[in-house]
Each structure stands twice: as C-alpha cells, then as structure tokens.
Design a protein around this ligand. Structure first.
Ligand code: RB5
Length: 152
C-alpha cells in the first residue's frame, strides 16, 4: 500500500521511527514531515496527509502529534476522512473492522515506539468487516458530511 505520514514537532521522532518500520512491512511511505523540533501547527500536516488519502494518491494516512488529539480533530474535518485515535491493540483492529478508518492518529507523548509499531501493523493488516451493519453505519457517517455542511 501507499502510506502518507505526517507529524508535528511533538510527533516527528515517533514518525521517523515508524517510517522504516512501515517500509519493512512492504509498504511505500510518503513522508510529509515535520523533520525537526521547530514548533509547527498540526492542522497543516493533517491537511497534507488527508489530502493524499482523499485524492487516492495514498491508500491510508498516519498522523502523529503529542497526544494524537489535535491531528484527529483536524483530520475528521476533511470530507472523506475517518480518522481514529488509537493507543491500544484492540482499538487498532476494531476501528478497521467497524469504522473502516482510513487515517490512524497516534500520540508520541502517550505511547512508546514498540506499542506504536504493533498498532500500525495491526491497523494496516486488518480489513473492513463485510458485515452489513458496519457498512450501513459507515454510510450514515458519510451522510453526516453532507447533512451538516454549511451551504451559503
Ligand atoms: C503540541 O504542543 C501539542 O499541542 C500537539 O502536538 C498536540 O498534542 C495537539 O493536540
């Protein structure tokens, strides 16, 4: 798969560690930064990575900030994105099976690199459940984008 990845200054170290790991799983990684500790704004990186997913240039996206929360909030503003904040293995599997999440968010200040690697591996490997109830719910989530969009 093609994976777009991005982080802010509070997440770039974990991002840098994950890039090689994701490549070792056989995926292609497009790294949108940040590449150092200079203070930056997480919505800018969420926008870059999610843009890749929505356009189809990437199959999935991974975002990292200090908590993962800012990235998640920003990503879920973008139509077509279903971003899941995950810090445990159960949720990594469940959010693929139940929510068909297409972006994963992680907090570098919350979990260590070992757990992060396991989460990424499970999240990348798990398919969306073919159960009708899950498809129906994800379709209802998609409908919310149109229903609550402010039209001038
Ligand atoms: C940066 O200090 C921090 O606020 C950011 O990385 C993230 O945790 C926001 O949700």
């Amino acid at each position: 798969m093609k994976i777009a990845i991005g982080a802010d200054h509070a997440g770039y170290r974990l991002k840098d560690e994950l890039v090689g790991f994701i490549q070792s799983l056989g995926h292609e990684v497009k790294d949108f930064g940040a590449f150092g500790p200079e203070s930056v704004d997480y919505p800018d990186y969420a926008s870059e990575v999610c843009g890749q997913v929505v356009s189809g240039e990437a199959d999935k996206g991974i975002l990292i900030c200090g908590t993962g929360i800012g990235m998640t909030i920003a990503a879920n503003k973008i139509p077509g994105i279903r971003c899941a904040l995950v810090h445990d293995l159960f949720s990594a599997k469940a959010t693929r099976e139940h929510n068909d999440s297409n972006v994963l968010s992680l907090g570098e200040r919350v979990i260590g690199p070992g757990v992060a690697q396991e989460i990424v591996k499970i999240w990348l490997e798990t398919e969306f459940s073919q159960g009708e109830r899950h498809k129906n719910r994800v379709n209802k989530v998609k409908q919310l984008e149109e229903k609550h969009t402010l039209h001038p």
